[in-house]
Ligand binder design. Structure first.
Ligand code: FAD
Length: 477
């Protein structure tokens, strides 16, 4: 009997999983699955303890789903990606594996590891097969007329939709139950990996494939039609909150696309519903960019001259930002949301990132790292893309002279201060008129506030940042 090994990574689901589907195609093969934990590597990638806990719980969910199909899941651990090559080799030898199936990851370290695994196992006579799985369309398949990766999002999105109109990527079913001869015993409990773990709010981010599909279904009914009006309002539950499932592969983007189109068959043309689909295309854009420009994985700015921006060394400012103590209510409420939930609303990610880079003039990589260390949905491509957008160092980024005013952003997107009051209870009694500038109210009404004064003056900070960017640009001219 031949043995097929499915190497699970960022694809913690059994439905629409290309590698798993291919491994199960032959009815006679014995199929086993493996997850390799690499705590040292995760730590160097700043993986959030909340994400580690989510992965751990998702693995237990996948183990159960696989067991019902007669496929055992093994969990092994080594320090980092380079050690995982030998570990996989040993595992394959011990389990007499004939074929290995896995879904691609597109980051540089991951690709180097996969190339080494392929070489090593092929030398041992194992047939190795990789699949594009975490995207709607594979990297390199949506190119300009000159066969280059798009550097601007809108034409990329248009070309992307055209490709989808020509044919939708297929959504694969979960595998069937293995025929009796190919069933393995599956009753061992998994031994958890050694990485710090922290629980997240299970009512907002319930674990498991079923929970993810239920949220997707619910969102694709009515909420998606209201998305254009509500997506920028952090006090409203107006976005899908599916990012953690997409980042860990509990859900696939094809499942999102097919569910959306089932509910709204005109989804590719319908401008309201398309607003949400376009966000999924941003996700694709950043992943395609990562493959076209691997230097992004090494945290290099996309726009070369921004390398010369003189960032301020300000550990106290960085700490105030991280802890939500900048004295700007919308920034602080957002950072407390991040620190508590491991998730932050997109509009707030833009505001807080802009504040760190453009008000404090702190290197965007500090913020990128901190977000990663807290986010449940931490994903190198989306996080790097978002930070480089906010810092004006990326491709198709906010121009460097467009600087968010944190007070007016708060007034615009959390007018009544509902979100701010939720996360900053110390401002509960501040009247609506002053919620974005509580110290003005405190001064006028001679109240004392247990809330920090603004750590920078926005107008002055803006001028300082403009000067720093202009100096860097001139250096290159
Ligand atoms: P929805 O609005 O419902 O969007 C649906 C899905 O589309 C999301 O789940 C996500 O997978 C994708 N998506 C939405 N917006 C973007 C975007 N701008 N770029 C890429 N994909 C997008 N997203 C992450 O998944 N991981 C990150 O580490 C991450 N870091 C970010 C850092 C910064 C500075 C910024 C500005 C954005 C970041 N984003 C990141 C993108 C975005 O903020 C989140 O995907 C979104 O807030 C998740 O909430 P949701 O699932 O309700 O999104």
């Amino acid at each position: 009997m031949t043995t097929h090994l499915v190497w699970l990574r960022n694809d913690l689901r059994i439905s629409d999983n290309h590698a798993l589907h291919a491994a199960c195609r032959s009815e006679d093969a014995r199929v086993i699955a493996l997850f390799v934990a690499t705590p040292g590597q995760w730590s160097s990638h700043h993986m959030a303890p909340k994400q580690a806990e989510f992965i751990w719980q998702s693995l237990q969910d996948v183990q159960q789903s696989l067991a019902q199909k007669g496929i055992p899941l093994h969990l092994v651990q080594c320090d980092d990606f380079s050690a995982s090559v030998a570990l996989l080799q040993k595992f394959c030898q011990e389990h007499h594996v004939d074929r290995l199936f896995y879904n691609y990851q597109y980051e540089v370290n991951e690709r180097q590891r996969d190339a080494a695994v392929e070489r090593t196992l092929q030398d041992d006579g194992v047939v190795v097969q990789g699949f594009d799985d975490s995207l709607l369309l594979p990297p390199g398949s949506v190119l300009t007329g000159n066969r280059e990766m798009y550097k601007v999002f809108t034409p990329f999105s248009k070309a992307f939709v055209k490709r989808l109109q020509e044919g939708l990527p297929e959504c694969l079913p979960a595998p069937g139950i293995r025929s009796s001869g190919a069933i393995e015993t599956t009753d061992r409990p998994l031994q958890c990996f050694d990485y710090p773990r922290e629980e997240s709010d299970a009512s907002l981010f319930p674990v498991g494939e079923k929970a993810a599909i239920a949220r997707l279904r619910e969102f694709c009914q009515q909420p998606v039609t209201l998305y254009p009006d509500r997506r920028d309002l952090p006090a409203v539950d107006g976005t899908s909150r599916l990012s953690v499932y997409l980042a860990t592969g509990v859900l696939s983007p094809r499942q999102c696309l097919h569910r959306l189109l089932k509910q709204h068959p005109q989804g590719l043309a319908d401008t309201r519903v398309f607003v949400w689909l376009n966000e999924l295309i941003w996700r694709e854009f950043y992943r395609h960019l990562l493959v076209a420009y691997p230097a992004l994985c090494r945290h290099q700015p996309f726009t070369g001259w921004t390398r010369d921006v003189k960032w301020r060394d300000d550990p106290q400012g960085l700490q105030a930002w991280q802890q939500g103590k900048t004295g700007y209510p919308i920034v602080d409420a957002a950072m407390r949301q991040l620190n508590t939930l491991g998730w932050m609303h997109n509009r707030l990610r833009m505001i807080t990132a802009s504040f760190l880079v453009k008000d404090l003039l702190i290197d965007w990589r500090e913020g990128e790292r901190y977000f990663m260390s807290q986010l449940l949905d931490g994903d190198l491509a989306a996080n790097n893309g978002g930070w480089q957008w906010a810092a004006s160092t990326g491709t198709d980024a906010a121009p460097y002279f467009r600087i968010f005013n944190p007070t007016t952003q708060g007034e615009r997107f959390d007018k009544s201060g509902e979100f701010i009051r939720h996360w900053l209870p110390e401002l509960r009694d501040v009247p609506e008129k002053y919620i974005h500038q509580p110290h003005e109210w405190a001064k006028k009404s001679q109240q004392s506030l247990d809330y920090p004064s603004p750590i920078v003056e926005h107008k002055q900070a803006r001028l300082q940042t403009l000067a720093a960017f202009e100096a860097a640009r001139k250096k290159t001219d």
